[in-house]
Design a protein around this ligand. Structure first.
Ligand SMILES: Nc1ncnc2c1ncn2[C@@H]1O[C@H](COP(=O)(O)OP(=O)(O)OP(=O)(O)O)[C@@H](O)[C@H]1O
Ligand SMILES: [Mg+2]
Length: 252
């Protein structure tokens, strides 16, 4: 089944005579258990795409189905429910609450989604998987950027969302922490079947995914699958497409 189905999606900003086509007739499908990376130059429409999928932004045309439900047509109440129950967000700047310790930051996601049951048990299980058990009692200012991002992953994952959306999740991390985070994403994807949709500028990070979509000037330019090849080979293929694109992705 398709977890995410985007059809003829477009988004214009501005008014008549002065519009930016941030997304121009974009269509693609993401199936269960996929880990997809989105690449493209600055201003190509990556964040706009993520925002239209997450209901933060409203598309100008087309539709977005998540598990078969068109989320562009939801009522306000249903939008809130959709975000709470179906989505996990991971941002570049972590977005942890400074006044809560790590355990409370993770547990907050469960109390917001009003999940009952064993909150502590669920938090501990996720903390173990993401290797952050030892820092659960610390506050965000007491831990490193990589640790913060793994706490943010635990927070996104603990309510078992259908779809994880991540916009430049390694943007504020050094290369070692970035690699650890990508290995974490792979674990979440392979062990828990988490469907991940991640924007990145970095070909290295994208090579951890199973598939890479490239966008250029708001249009889908190309897509490649890793298949059975090694990560190294996939990385080389990603660089090749970036070359076609004009090689203007910084960091790549
Ligand atoms: N709220 C807005 N109002 C007007 N124009 C916008 C708005 N948000 C984005 N745009 C424009 O839409 C285009 C796509 O922007 P978007 O933020 O999606 O790019 P991006 O691929 O995420 O870039 P980056 O890699 O720099 O984050 C750009 O031309 C941008 O200037
Ligand atoms: Mg962006």
């Amino acid at each position: 089944m398709d977890i995410l189905s985007v059809t003829n999606l477009s988004k214009n900003y501005g008014f008549a005579g002065n519009t930016t086509k941030a997304l121009d007739d974009v269509s693609f499908h993401v199936k269960e258990k996929e880990f997809v990376a989105i690449m493209g130059a600055s201003g190509s429409g990556k964040t706009t795409l993520l925002n239209c999928i997450s209901t933060i932004d409203t598309p100008t045309g087309g539709n977005v189905l998540v598990e078969g439900v068109d989320i562009t047509k939801l009522s306000r109440k249903d939008v809130a429910h959709f975000r709470r129950e179906k989505l996990g967000f991971i941002f570049q700047d972590f977005n942890l609450l400074d006044s809560l310790n790590c355990e409370e930051n993770i547990a907050l996601a469960l109390s917001i989604s009003r999940e009952g049951g064993d909150v502590r048990g669920k938090v501990n299980e996720m903390a173990k998987l993401l290797n952050v058990e030892a820092i659960l009692n610390k506050f965000p200012y007491q831990i490193s950027g990589g640790e913060k991002q793994r706490i943010a992953c635990a927070r996104a994952m603990v309510k078992n969302p259908s779809l994880i959306l991540a916009d430049e999740p390694t943007g504020a991390l050094d290369s070692r922490s970035s690699r650890i985070l990508m290995e974490t994403f792979q674990t979440l994807n392979q062990k828990l079947g988490a469907v991940i949709f991640m924007v990145t500028h970095d070909a290295n990070m994208a090579s951890f995914a199973n598939r890479v979509l490239f966008i250029k000037d708001g249009k889908l330019f190309n897509e490649i699958y890793r298949g059975e090849g090694t990560q190294r080979v996939f990385y080389e293929r990603i660089l090749e497409v970036i070359g076609f694109l004009g090689g203007d992705l910084h960091d790549a």
